[in-house]
Design a protein. Structure first.
Lengths: 253, 187
């Protein structure tokens, strides 16, 4: 039997029909959607990385880091780096699956995706969505280490003269604060500029540089109040903080 | 319908006709049967009995997926792609069973090869033919398939790129390495 006859016989016997063109269209569109999604994730990651790097306190980190390795760990936004690399690699592979994607070599595809992510990511950063994304993740993912945790890592080092926490009570020459480890500190603020002292209030987050004195005493040379509006969206009600400061309410005494 | 009529039709017209009239598909099969048969045999050294099995699968697959045909390619290129995929898949499953079928290497191919790989040694065609058969059988599939498509099936780089779904630059690199391998193994 000729092969044409065999094939037609099989087609009739098994009642084979051509697959609908919509099936192929859906597959094509799916590949493109996946590619675009990965591209957006990569761009968003770049935007957040830019935000975190521009907010990072490089000089403070250089002071406190004991080694280059520790310095790297302090500033590298590991979560976003892993995400952006994964997104770019997957996007490159996805692009090759599109109808004509195979016509371009991987190096070219990856380069275009990287440059495109950088352009779109820069827009994300400059429009403020880098910061918004960081806040969103900080508020909703307990494992996430964004800007706030970067600051915490740097400033929660009393032995090295750096302290960070939430003010519990303010007096003329001293204040009480609780740090991220829920330890109460008594901070002498007699050396602080009066104009800064006036800004200090209960529930405010501050960073202080100075000298540790004894167990839970600290003499501050200067204090940086953290802008309250940064944390407004994290306020549940006056006096209570959620999100990155959730640890303050964990396991109440 | 005459085979020549099928060959004159564009890919789009073929797809429309096949969907409207499945019996028309026999014209397509008759038009491309011999070309694909020799391609499959050259690609993997499959036993002649098994070539028809693969060929049947190729045409069934092509029929079922005819709506995926892209007018940017020639219809033959699209068929070759299906044939290539089916053949490689079959070959990977049944590698160990393949025997030493020799390829039909003509004098034209040998002359082209001599100039392409700058084969400066004096070697007669019969000996060269035998060596070529051995070399091609041993050659990794990624090089063999470009050699077969370029020298035996006489496709150009763009067509090979569309069949193998690889960039043209990669096709060029593979062919260059294949020619070097041929030269090294022959000399």
């Amino acid at each position: 039997m000729k092969i044409s006859e065999q094939v037609l016989k099989l087609i009739n016997k098994k009642k084979l029909t051509p697959h609908s063109k919509w099936r192929f269209l859906v597959v094509d569109i799916s590949w493109w959607l996946l590619f675009v999604t990965l591209f957006i994730i990569g761009s968003l990651s770049f935007g957040v990385i830019l935000f975190l790097l521009t907010e990072f306190e490089w000089l403070v980190a250089k002071e406190v880091a004991g080694s280059w390795w520790e310095y790297l760990i302090l500033f590298l936004p590991i979560f976003w780096l892993i995400l952006i690399i994964t997104a770019i690699v997957l996007a490159s592979l996805e692009f090759r699956q599109t109808k004509h994607g195979y016509r371009h070599n991987m190096l070219f595809i990856t380069t275009v995706i990287v440059l495109g992510s950088m352009v779109l990511g820069s827009l994300v950063f400059f429009s403020g969505y880098g910061e918004k994304t960081d806040n969103l993740f900080t508020n909703n993912l307990s494992f996430y280490r964004g800007k706030f945790h970067q600051q915490m890592n740097l400033w929660d080092r009393a032995d090295q003269g750096l302290l960070m926490g939430r003010i519990i009570e303010v007096k003329p020459e001293e204040l009480s604060l609780v740090n991220p480890q829920r330890i109460n500190w008594l901070v002498n603020i007699s050396r602080i500029d009066p104009q800064i002292k006036m800004m200090l209030m209960e529930d405010q987050l501050i960073k202080a540089r100075g000298v540790r004195q004894g167990n839970n005493h600290f003499i501050a040379d200067y204090i940086i109040p953290l802008p309250m509006e940064e944390f407004e969206e994290m306020m549940l009600e006056p006096g209570m903080l959620r999100g990155p400061l959730r640890f303050f309410e964990i396991n109440p005494d | 319908m005459e085979q020549s009529d099928c060959q004159k039709m564009s890919g789009r017209e073929i797809v429309k006709r096949v969907i409207a009239d499945p019996e028309f598909y026999s014209c397509i099969i008759q038009t491309y049967e011999e070309r694909l048969r020799s391609y499959i045999r050259r690609l993997t050294n499959v036993h002649p009995d098994e070539v028809d099995d693969i060929l049947q699968e190729v045409f069934i697959k092509a029929y079922e997926n005819i709506n995926s045909y892209d007018k940017d390619y020639q219809f033959s290129t699209w068929l070759y792609r299906i044939a290539r995929n089916e053949t490689i898949s079959y070959w990977r499953k049944h590698k160990k069973r393949f025997n030493d079928q020799s390829l039909d290497i003509g004098d034209d191919f040998l002359d082209t090869l001599r100039s392409d790989v700058n084969l400066n040694v004096q070697i007669d065609n019969q000996l060269l033919r035998e060596k070529m058969n051995l070399v091609l059988q041993k050659m990794p599939i990624k090089y063999r398939e470009v050699v077969v498509l370029y020298y035996f099936e006489e496709h150009n780089y763009q067509e090979i790129s569309d069949i193998l779904k690889k960039p043209i630059s990669t096709v060029g690199t593979l062919l260059k390495r294949a020619k070097q391998q041929l030269k090294d193994l022959i000399i």
